[in-house]
Design a protein around this ligand. Structure first.
Ligand SMILES: NC(=O)c1ccc[n+]([C@@H]2O[C@H](COP(=O)([O-])OP(=O)(O)OC[C@H]3O[C@@H](n4cnc5c(N)ncnc54)[C@H](OP(=O)(O)O)[C@@H]3O)[C@@H](O)[C@H]2O)c1
Length: 320
């Protein structure tokens, strides 16, 4: 341990990204999120430092070393990732590609320096570390080990699985999420928002009617992070809906609620798609979050309840 008199600093990586930027709004009490009232950096008496990618690259050991020397952060939250699964797939097998480097090498760098400075690392991961194959189906609990064969996962999922393994759970917590949503954020990046956005643009493709997933409500991720900041519990945590959906039934439910239309969504089986790209998407996926809910006191919601909140909030946005 380099610094025994630890500062109350929280260092955030990937704070300009989709989830990270919204966490910053939440933590700093900004934004239009009514769920954020009971969290503020001042209540926690922490100082939040969120350098952007240019200021701090997790692949740059010198930059990491300088900032840790300066801040000796008590908590480090890693939202930084190569998250675009399509571009990651083009890098399959390439250990010099940005997906491998960011999701594995960068995480290893963070893990090492957090150990050196005794910083508690909270790392964000994904449901894509599980295959979702019929012979090993989800929903997966917090205790399930990530897939150990690269050929059973997308390249993105494989790099995230390897990223979890390099952490070795030393002074760290892993939070797995998947299909994240919360109205008010960028609709195109939001799992539910994207369906609505494409529907409104008349560009919605048929949705899978035999893929099984869970939905993650973004404010629940923030609650988990907030509790982990306070309690520093090591281990693996899941943030997911209490039940499983197919994209088709979720789309139908959303459009019925938003537009009072039924039968507006086309469904399609994954079958043909899986023959071309067998491991790009999990079919029988999803996360179970009961252990996390019990341990951290985070309320579990059904996916329909998450959509109901989404619809209610969208209704409150002018011109939505
Ligand atoms: N969004 C989802 O649907 C979803 C679902 C499941 C899991 N997750 C996980 O949640 C986490 C956050 O995802 P997100 O959707 O917020 O991702 P995102 O929008 O793509 O943001 C990623 C962030 O990481 C930064 N970054 C990339 N490489 C970096 C590096 N080498 N050093 C420092 N910063 C770097 C990016 O900065 P620049 O843009 O400036 O490069 C950006 O701020 C990831 O771990 C992801 O795997 C997300």
């Amino acid at each position: 341990m380099k610094n025994k008199s630890k500062n109350k600093n929280i260092l955030i990586l990937g704070g300009s990204g989709f989830i990270g930027s919204n966490f910053l709004n939440y933590a700093l009490g900004q934004g239009n999120n009514s769920d954020n009232n009971d969290f503020s950096s001042s209540k926690l008496q922490h100082r939040i430092i969120a350098p952007d990618h240019k200021e701090l690259d997790i692949l740059n050991v010198g930059q990491l070393s300088d900032i840790f020397k300066d801040l000796s952060p008590e908590i480090v939250i890693n939202f930084a990732a190569h998250r675009d699964a399509n571009s990651a797939e083009l890098q399959r097998g390439d250990m010099q590609g940005s997906a491998w480097l960011t999701n594995v090498k960068g995480v290893e760098n963070l893990s090492k320096i957090c150990k050196e400075y005794d910083s508690f690392l909270i790392h964000i991961s994904t449901d894509m570390v599980f295959s979702g194959l019929k012979n090993n189906p989800g929903p997966y609990s917090e205790k399930t080990k990530p897939e150990e064969k690269a050929e059973k996962l997308s390249w993105y999922g494989w790099t995230k699985a390897e990223g979890e393994r390099v952490l070795k759970y030393n002074a760290s917590a892993i939070i797995r999420v998947g299909n994240v949503t919360q109205a008010l954020y960028d609709l195109k990046l939001d799992y539910v928002g994207k369906i609505l956005y494409l529907f409104d643009a008349n560009k919605l493709y048929p949705l899978f009617n035999d893929q099984y997933l869970s939905l993650t409500y973004i404010p629940s991720i923030f609650k988990v992070i907030e509790t982990l900041i306070r309690k520093k519990i090591k281990g693996v945590f899941h943030v997911a809906s209490r039940n499983i959906f197919t994209p088709y039934e979720l789309g139908e439910y959303l459009i019925k609620k938003m537009k009072s239309k039924t039968g507006a969504i086309k469904g399609v089986s994954m079958g043909g798609y899986l023959r071309i790209a067998p491991h790009r998407y999990p079919q029988y996926g999803g996360l179970l979050a009961e252990e996390t809910s019990k341990l951290l006191g985070v309320k579990l919601l059904d996916w329909q309840q998450i959509i109901d909140v989404f619809v209610e909030k969208m209704g409150a946005i002018p011109n939505a």
